[in-house]
Design a binder for this molecule. Sequence first.
Ligand SMILES: C[S@@+](CC[C@H](N)C(=O)[O-])C[C@H]1O[C@@H](n2cnc3c(N)ncnc32)[C@H](O)[C@@H]1O
Length: 255
Amino acid sequence: MNPEFKESVKSAENSNEEFFTVNFGANKIKIFFEEDSCNWVWNYKYIYQKDALELKSQLDSSLKTNKIALINYFYTFIIPDISNLNSHIAPNTKSILDIGAGIGLFDLFLNQVFEHQVSFDLIEVDNLAEIEHVTNNPEETKNLDDNIQIRPVDALKKLMSVNKANNINIIESKSIDQYMDRKYDLVLSFRSWGYLYDLNLYEKFVRNTLNPNGLVITDLSIFDDSINKFSKLFKEVTLINEAGNNKRFIGKDLK
Ligand SMILES: C[S@@+](CC[C@H](N)C(=O)[O-])C[C@H]1O[C@@H](n2cnc3c(N)ncnc32)[C@H](O)[C@@H]1O
């Protein structure tokens, strides 16, 4: 078991389940729990429920299972994302857009790593039941229990509020037209835009809002024509990482 994960679980137990900490270089990152966002992990990332139960039992931990699941999600997805992107994110980045941010843990983390003030906009859907994922990995997002409501925008707002992340703003996907005058240095999308649904959905928004020297970093599905479409959007396209069902690209200089 990853000793860093163990240490984060310990920190959560020691804080009376209020927050967990993560060591990152010279930084100690602190993330406060919020029930809806823990439940987002538990219900949406349900294929990892068994792992969380096993980890809880191995550690003989008193921590609530959905909190173990959140820390496990953090170490399974967010830490590798941070390591992968570290060298690509310019230190002078001032404005970031994250499309399909989930519960925004990547952004909460990055927010604490930056030494200067950065503004974040996170796009999410109001109700997961209303959307249809047309491209990749349907098994991860469908088959949700009919009784379970997943409200990402709601969970995001609550998590940002308990973490006092006032510079992280949440945008509901249906209202993006109101934000066309925003400007971003960096547009991110992990396992969402071009991976679960078509790039067309936010192409106009990104065209309007990306700064001339801005970067787009997104995971693209290998099962459809997303990579081809993405390559047609930018003059410079670089592959930076490959995972099972997706490839992570950087796009620079919109055509
Ligand atoms: C696999 S999760 C990835 C979450 C997070 N980016 C991560 O990597 O852990 C995909 C996310 O995309 C969101 N999503 C799905 N359709 C969307 C849409 N049309 N606009 C914005 N977000 C969407 C889902 O609600 C979900 O949180």
